[in-house]
Ligand binder design. Structure first.
Ligand SMILES: NC(=O)c1ccc[n+]([C@@H]2O[C@H](COP(=O)([O-])OP(=O)(O)OC[C@H]3O[C@@H](n4cnc5c(N)ncnc54)[C@H](OP(=O)(O)O)[C@@H]3O)[C@@H](O)[C@H]2O)c1
Length: 326
């Protein structure tokens, strides 16, 4: 295992987001001092010319590309062109610039949405592209497949390329998006149950049956895995790497856990007229485990620290109360 020097120049793109902020927390905790960050209003990664100039100027040794267009089903369906355009442009611009300056290692985030809609569980990396992804998130999935396979192509063509595409399952934690319209199921549920507690609502109605099973990973675990891969000399470069915790929960179990953390004592009701989505989405994380990494943050602990962050930081008034989606 090769440990990065504490003065290695590391560029974390998307550092204000859920995963990027966790990467920064982790690197700072480990004593890395030369961390480079830019908000979108300082460096728009869709602007290829500016990205190339920035890489020439900063010459990073390591890059974590945690910037991108992220969102749920409604956003994907409303803005399919923007999802494709923004994610493909960001990935292409950053990978090209990183290749040109000879970045030592780069992490790029794919998504579990890239897996075929119908496939065996848990999902291993070698079943990617064996079937069509879920149509409601297709623009996002295609854009992420493009970035993932671009990394693998560079690794194959360039002897010294070290571009590592990773596939975390549904991430959550501080700096998550708690808006039920554009956020993910876990943060949306947390915001709704908090609101229900504050307003004294007797019941909350949630979409579907609650039976689909999902795997949730704390952003601190994702960051831990990524830093582990940056240190690894022998990280796999011919296939992306799943990053999961290895266990899933039903949405009903998740809602009950969150209700406990939030302190909501009302009833949870299920609207069976609403769709459930795929019955199960669990990653097979055997390959990253074989590289010496395993998850450290349990769901109960992760939910508690996420709720604390939400209460301390989120502006409750700006959270729209709509139906949570799975
Ligand atoms: N969250 C998940 O469950 C999950 C799971 C698997 C993979 N991923 C992937 O992991 C990555 C990070 O996800 P996340 O959930 O942390 O996202 P996030 O919280 O929405 O943060 C995304 C960040 O991207 C930056 N950004 C967006 N467009 C940009 C642009 N044109 N130029 C520069 N910066 C830009 C934003 O910067 P500003 O704040 O400065 O606007 C924002 O901080 C994404 O690629 C996502 O697809 C996420």
């Amino acid at each position: 295992m090769v440990r990065m020097k504490n003065d290695a120049v590391i560029y974390v793109a998307g550092h204000a987001g859920l995963i990027g902020s966790a990467i920064i927390r982790r690197l700072e905790r480990d004593g890395y001092q030369a961390l480079i960050t830019r908000r979108r209003n300082e460096l728009d990664l869709q602007d290829g010319g500016r990205v190339a100039e920035f890489f020439d100027e900063v010459n990073p040794e390591y890059v974590v590309l945690a910037a991108g267009r992220v969102g749920g089903i409604i956003e994907n369906q409303t803005f399919p062109a923007d999802f494709m355009d923004e994610n493909i442009a960001i990935q292409l611009n950053v990978l090209k610039a990183a290749r040109k300056v000879g970045v030592r290692k780069l992490i790029l985030f794919g998504s579990s949405c890239m897996y075929p809609r119908e496939c065996s569980q848990p999902m291993a990396e070698d079943i990617l592209l064996s079937g069509k992804p879920e149509p409601t998130s297709l623009p996002y999935a295609i854009s992420k497949l493009a970035g993932t396979y671009m990394c693998l192509a560079y690794n194959k063509q360039d002897q010294d390329a070290r571009f590592i595409p990773v596939i975390p399952n549904s991430a959550y934690g501080p700096h998550d998006n708690f808006d039920p319209k554009s956020g993910h199921v876990l943060s949306a549920l947390m915001a709704r149950l908090h609101q229900a507690k504050m307003s004294g609502a007797e019941s909350v109605t949630l979409w579907g049956s609650g039976s689909p099973r999902r795997e949730f990973i704390h952003a601190d675990d994702v960051a831990d895995a990524c830093v582990h891969l940056l240190w690894q000399d022998n990280a796999a470069l011919e296939l992306p790497l799943n990053i999961g915790v290895g266990v899933d929960v039903s949405i009903k179990e998740l809602a009950e856990l969150i209700a406990g953390v939030v302190g909501y004592k009302g009833r949870l009701e299920w609207d069976l007229t609403k769709p459930d989505g795929a019955p199960r989405k669990l990653l097979d994380s055997a390959r990253i485990q074989s590289l010496g990494w395993k998850s450290n943050v349990g769901l109960a602990e992760g939910l508690a620290n996420t709720y604390q962050w939400y209460v301390d930081n989120a502006s409750i008034e700006t959270v729209h109360v709509t139906e949570a989606r799975v």
